[in-house]
Design a protein around this ligand. Structure first.
Ligand code: NAI
Length: 331
């Protein structure tokens, strides 16, 4: 079978080459993204393998249908970039990798927060310049603070448990609360407003769907404790960036750590060093000393990449053999 693979990076090739145990798959690795404009490159492919910033809207899916594609395999958990209804209408199956390693993302969220809070990003550059001053590097103890986890699915739960390990109080909000887990993990579910009012750190671990678009906006930011930190490893559009910048300028927020950004498509995963950054809001964010941005690397551990490749290849071989897809991966 032929699989057209988009937005390919060297680490994708490595992990898929290591996991592939079958000569049944002929990979066509493309470095560009799959969008309505590039969809004809799937001509003759049985399946496409895509990532978070490929854009599979209705137009793209129609073109995939015409190209003969039978399966869209997302090598990620979130699927906000795929019009699943349109795929269903075109008779194309969609699978994803829902739980490749919740720890990878949760640990990255905590790493970002700790770096930001203890100003490691600034200390690193200072010391390399032989500036050994500690001025303006004061952080705070996590022990005894209140952490608000929004979304307690696989990743949110892992993050909550890490923060409990620091001796922090953990508040959580999720419309589908898992009260048994909360009791065992010593986490308290509460309403969103109270979580925002009481938390010293708020960490987002929920999917992007129409109802969660700009969940963090001028109104919800105003509810947050002055000096609170915000972490987003979920999806960029969970936050209204314009409102976020305003809250940083008034110094209402103490710090912001982002692994995802509202307009990351076309920027993140690319080496644009030496070029003029055209995105004014990202440029502004990067000027704040108390903002730390990584380019969507929460998933980037050996374990997560291996699991993504294993599950994706398993589903491709199921397509080839006419067996049902792994149940938890089918959308
Ligand atoms: P999951 O499906 O296990 O959990 C999501 C949770 O969010 C569910 O418990 C759900 O009830 C809850 N939720 C839904 N709407 C909510 C709302 N309005 N307020 C609060 N909670 C709400 O998903 P998982 O695996 O924990 O992933 C969470 C998100 O993290 C994904 O949707 C994806 O967007 C993002 N992600 C980011 C990665 C990165 O590299 N930065 C990698 C993997 C996932």
């Amino acid at each position: 079978m032929v699989v057209s693979f988009y937005d390919t990076k060297p680490y994708d090739r490595e992990s898929f080459a290591e996991a592939a145990q079958s000569e049944k798959i002929e990979w066509r690795f493309h470095e560009f993204r799959l969008t309505p404009d590039t969809a004809t490159t799937a001509d003759g492919a049985d399946a496409v393998c895509v990532f978070v910033n490929d854009r599979l809207d209705a137009g793209c899916i129609q073109a995939l249908g015409e190209a003969g594609v039978k399966l869209i395999t997302l090598r990620c958990a979130g699927h906000n970039n795929v019009d699943v209804e349109a795929a269903r209408g075109a008779g194309i199956a969609v699978t994803r990798v829902p739980a490749y390693s919740p720890h990878a993302v949760a640990e990255h969220a905590v790493a970002l927060f700790l770096s930001l809070n203890r100003k490691i990003h600034r200390a690193y550059s200072r010391v390399r310049d032989h500036n050994f001053s500690l001025n303006r590097l004061v952080g705070f103890d996590v022990f005894g603070k209140t952490i608000g986890i929004v979304g307690t699915g696989r990743i949110g739960k892992a993050a909550a448990q890490i923060f409990r390990g620091f001796g922090a109080r953990v508040l959580a909000f999720d419309p589908a609360a898992d009260t048994e887990w909360a009791r065992e993990a010593d986490v308290e579910y509460t309403e969103m407003d109270r979580l925002l009012r009481e938390s010293d750190v708020v960490s987002l671990h929920l999917p992007l769907v129409p109802e969660t678009l700009h969940l963090v906006n001028a109104d919800t930011l105003a509810l947050m404790k002055p000096g609170a930190h915000l972490i987003n490893t979920g999806r960029g559009k969970l936050i209204d960036t314009t409102a976020l910048i305003a809250a940083l300028k008034t110094e209402h927020l103490g710090g912001v750590a982002l692994d995802v950004y509202e307009e990351e498509e076309g920027l993140f995963f690319e080496d644009l060093s030496g070029l003029i950054l055209q995105d004014d809001e990202l440029s502004r964010l990067l000027t704040f000393p108390n903002v730390l941005v990584t380019a969507h690397q929460g998933f980037l551990t050996r374990e997560a990449l291996g699991e993504i490749a294993r599950v994706t290849i398993d589903n491709l071989l199921r397509l080839e053999d006419g067996r049902p897809f792994l149940e938890e991966t089918a959308l």
